[in-house]
Design a protein around this ligand. Structure first.
Ligand code: ADP
Length: 173
């Protein structure tokens, strides 16, 4: 009995967990591509939606969480959560060993590099890992998708169905 308990504890302790933080306003196929790659490397991915983002999001926190839940419904070892405050504190609280970030182009690099080094300075035990998406998603961003939807364009190649629908409703004329 005691051995089984210890075994379970060992499994829990050795579980490799990573946080994938962002605004996800809204989630795109680029984010899903990164999640798909990350979940092969870790036992669990926590997709963490920033609730205190300085940016003015189009979708409320609840809407962003709901769209992520729908998009990730059938995918195991991925959990959706929200966080505010310092990312590294959230990572430590979640017992995560890594933060995942997506790198699309050189333009992402400078900001991401700065943030990764600052996070390391704040919390040395959490490593930042960068993943590159499939080529066709390298030009994809939530900002661009919102812009296309606002102008009445078709975004169905870029986002999951429920997100395309939600964007359609937001910008219904
Ligand atoms: P943030 O507001 O922090 O940039 P996002 O939700 O836009 O949050 O993105 C979260 C993470 O996903 C960031 O690391 C971002 O670089 C990455 N990302 C966003 N879109 C893509 C994409 N098309 N391909 C790969 N990574 C992406």
């Amino acid at each position: 009995m005691l051995d089984v308990g210890r075994g379970a504890l060992n499994v829990l302790c050795s579980m490799k967990r990573a946080i994938y933080p962002g605004s996800f306003d809204p989630v795109t196929n680029g984010h899903l591509d990164v999640i798909g790659r990350a979940r092969k490397l870790f036992d669990e991915i926590v997709v963490a939606v920033a609730s205190n983002d300085e940016k003015q999001p189009l979708f409320s926190l609840e809407e962003r969480l709901a769209l992520l839940h729908q998009a990730l419904d059938k995918i195991d070892n991925v959990r959706v959560a929200q966080f505010d405050g310092l990312l590294v504190e959230f990572a430590v609280a979640e017992k995560a060993s890594a933060v995942i970030r997506g790198l699309r182009a050189v333009s992402d690099f400078e900001f991401e590099f700065q943030m990764a080094l600052m996070n390391r300075k704040l919390e040395d035990s959490v490593e930042t890992i960068f993943l590159m998406p499939k080529e066709e998603y390298t030009y994809l961003s939530s900002r661009l998708v919102k812009e296309i939807a606002r102008l009445g364009g078709n975004v169905s190649d870029f986002v999951p169905g429920p997100v395309a629908e939600a964007l359609g409703k937001k910008f219904a004329r």
